[in-house]
Design a protein. Structure first.
Length: 754
């Protein structure tokens, strides 16, 4: 026999407690889901912020690399132009030196007696100029040394600025590694790689040219020393030969005739050479103008290249921003995909439970998107049977009370009546017992059905709760993907339903199923429609994800390629550093050699030029002090930047502002480097001018020696003329014979004319 519950109130309390517990669990789950969603959103925001910071760091690294490449390219181009101009200047100097030597070696048809006085005065002037040139030479040596020291100091400043730039790059790379360990240093394009290879070949050519120039300078210095020694020896020998020529005057008259004929030929040759030199000078002048025009064109091309680099940098920034957006979309898609999988699992679980409940109830399963009418009707019929069982129980209790009353009445009657009525009572009792047994069996059957229906009701309520949660999650997902499709109908209907339930409880009104027809769902906003929309959006997101993944694969390949190129470039830079060390040693040796040459020419500079050079040195020293101050300011800025970089490691939010400061500082450094390069160019120009002055002094010395030779020859001719006047007849002027000007005539002994 199934136990009958003691009262309906206990039964209702149990079910109310159960419903409250289910409700509280559902609310707790909603709050935990909201907390999880908030945490996930915060994590997504932090990840997006980190990706943005990484992109900005990459942009700054690429800017620094491009600036460094641009500086090296400009330096190489300027060095090539300087070498080309030096070569042209050297050729012009050689041509002018040849022309002057030919002019100095040529002998014109002039009056010997008049030229002797002129040449003696010129010798005095030249001796004075020689002393001045020696002093000027010493001054020029000092200036040359000071200029070279300044050039070396400026080159050291350039190296220090480069090291500071490299340190900034290293610190920026450390910040980027703390944000993402898989990020590497920046990349260079294939064009930049080819340019660097061409620059390395150009540097090697320049090194070979410098070596050849060094050898030429050494040979030239040795030749100059030998020529000076030879000229001194010639002066001594000339003094001894003058005495011998006084005794050999008769033999030299024949030689003079031959010399006159040779001089005529040489004069004609000199005129031709002078014309050729004038033509060459005009050509060199035209070449210099062409070089200046080419230099202007190259400067314009540099500006165009700078504009192209800036446009490429802007495009690179746009591509990186697009890649960041694609990464964000990819993350959102992956999270939505995970949520969709969870919801699909919930859908499958609900479908299985719905089918099992329909099997337990013995009803066909209703469609999930529509109303569950079969299950609802089955549950209502179970509730009606439960009410019928309760009414039968109440009737049974009434029959028991009547039976007790009948027994009391029978006990009070007489024994006769009892005997007569016993049979009737027995019959009535047997009938009642049979009816009670049937009722009890019916009650037991109904109790079993009620228990099953109660279990089914609880299970259906749990399914409804999970279904409502699932519908809420689907609606939330649909709203996140399509925020423009908001619906307030559910909220309004829930408010109406709550008001109706409260009125039903207060007024104890009857239940009308037709009143719920307004709460039916619309097919436009059905869960199936929402799920279809979500699937469509997921398809679009999967396509975008595939595109993003292909872009990421290509970007990873490019990164590996650029990393290998960067390594090769670093190796080449190390080799160039070794070559620079060797070149520095060579320049030191050349400096020592130049100092020795300058000591030899120390007594050839006049006082006026020395004062001018001192002024130039003072101006250069002032410029050098200003450059040192700028260098100190740059070092201070670099130290400030190092401090700021250390602060960025502790606080990532300040990275954006610091990066903008880095860009501004790098631009300032670029301007300062340009100024230092301009100062180096001015120093090179001053060096070239001083070299020109040294060459001019060398020409003066050679001219003085040639004049000394001509003076000795003129003195010998004067002696011979005096002796010939004593021995022979009066001389005849060549102007009367050749109808020439008297200034270009000679007195000839008539004995030679036959």
């Amino acid at each position: 026999m199934h136990e009958i519950p003691s009262s309906d109130s206990d039964f209702l309390k149990q079910h109310l407690d159960l419903s409250h517990s289910i409700k509280e669990k559902g609310y707790d789950q909603d709050t935990t889901l909201e907390c999880l969603q908030n945490k996930v959103n915060e994590l997504l925001k932090f990840q997006e912020h980190a990706v943005e910071l990484q992109a900005k760091l990459k942009i700054t690294e690429e800017r620094f690399n491009l600036q460094e490449a641009e500086f090296s390219f400009q330096k190489n181009e300027m060095q090539q132009e300087i070498e080309h101009l030096r070569e042209n200047e050297r050729q012009l100097r050689i041509a002018l030196a040849k022309a002057q030597s030919e002019k100095s070696n040529a002998v014109n048809y002039v009056d010997v007696e008049a030229r002797i006085d002129q040449e003696s005065s010129e010798i005095r002037n030249l001796s004075i100029k020689l002393n001045k040139s020696k002093s000027k030479k010493s001054q020029l040596k000092q200036e040359n040394q000071s200029l070279r020291d300044k050039i070396s100091s400026l080159s050291m400043q350039l190296d220090e600025l480069r090291t500071a730039n490299n340190s900034l790059k290293n610190e920026i790379s450390q910040v980027s590694e703390n944000l993402n360990q898989e990020r590497e240093s920046s990349k260079l394009s294939s064009d930049d790689h080819n340019r660097t290879l061409e620059r390395s070949s150009q540097l090697s050519d320049q090194v070979s040219q410098l070596q050849s120039k060094n050898n030429e300078l050494q040979t030239r210095i040795s030749k100059l020393q030998e020529s000076l020694q030879a000229q001194q020896d010639q002066n001594k020998s000339l003094k001894s030969t003058l005495r011998q020529k006084e005794s050999e005057s008769n033999l030299q008259t024949d030689d003079y005739r031959r010399q006159i004929a040779d001089l005529k030929r040489q004069n004609a040759d000199l005129e031709m050479r002078l014309k050729q030199l004038n033509i060459d000078y005009e050509r060199q002048k035209q070449r210099a103008n062409d070089l200046s025009q080419n230099q202007e064109i190259s400067e314009k091309s540099k500006e165009d290249n700078a504009m192209q680099i800036s446009t490429l940098q802007f495009e690179n920034q746009e591509l990186k921003a697009k890649a960041d957006l694609q990464e964000k979309q990819l993350k959102n898609f992956e999270e939505a995909k995970k949520n969709l999988k969870e919801k699909e699992l919930l859908f499958d679980h609900i479908e299985l439970e719905r089918k099992s409940i329909s099997n337990d109830l013995g009803v066909e399963p209703d469609p999930i998107e529509g109303p569950w009418t079969n299950m609802h009707e089955r549950i209502l019929s179970a509730i009606q049977t439960e009410n019928l069982a309760k009414s039968i129980q109440s009737q049974n209790e009434k029959l028991k009370a009547r039976l007790k009353a009948a027994l009391d009445v029978t006990n009070n009657d007489s024994a006769a009546k009892q005997q007569q009525k016993e049979e009737e009572e027995d019959q009535y009792v047997s009938a009642l017992k049979s009816s009670l047994d049937g009722a009890q069996k019916r009650i037991n059957e109904l109790d079993e059905k009620i228990a099953n229906l109660e279990f089914q009701r609880k299970f259906s309520s749990s399914i409804e709760i999970t279904n409502s949660k699932l519908m809420k999650e689907v609606a939330k997902m649909h709203l996140t993907l399509h925020p423009e499709l908001t619906n307030v109908r559910a909220l309004v209907l829930s408010v109406i339903m709550a008001k109706r339930i409260s009125k039903m409880k207060v007024n104890n009104s009857y239940r009308d199923e037709k009143a719920l027809s307004i709460f039916k769902g619309r097919p436009i906003y059905s869960p199936i429609g929402m799920i279809d929309d979500v699937r469509k959006s997921f398809r679009l997101l999967t396509q975008e994800l595939v595109d993003c993944k292909s872009g990421l694969v290509q970007a990873i390949k490019d990164r590996e390629k650029y990393s290998t190129e960067n390594q090769t470039l670093s190796v080449q830079l190390n080799t160039h550093k070794d070559e620079n060390k060797i070149e520095r040693k060579r320049t030191r040796f050349l400096k020592k050699r130049i100092i020795e040459m300058q000591q030899e020419l120390a007594l050839l500079v006049p006082s006026e030029e020395y004062q001018e050079a001192c002024r130039a040195v003072q101006t250069l020293q002032e410029k050098l002090i200003a450059a040192k101050q700028q260098h100190a300011e740059l070092n201070q800025k670099i130290n400030d930047l190092n401090k700021q970089i250390e602060e960025t490691k502790s606080d990532k939010s300040l990275v954006e502002t610091k990066l903008s400061q880095y860009v501004d500082i790098s631009n300032d450094m670029k301007l300062q480097l340009k100024q230092s390069l301009k100062e180096i160019e001015t120093l090179h120009i001053l060096l070239e001018e001083k070299n020109k002055e040294i060459l001019a002094l060398e020409r003066v010395v050679s001219r003085q020696k040639s004049l000394e030779k001509t003076a000795s020859v003129a003195f010998a001719n004067l002696k011979l003329g005096e002796e010939s006047e004593i021995q022979f007849e009066p001389k005849i002027e060549t102007a009367t014979l050749c109808n020439q000007e008297p200034a270009y005539s000679l007195n000839i002994n008539p004995a030679f004319l036959g």
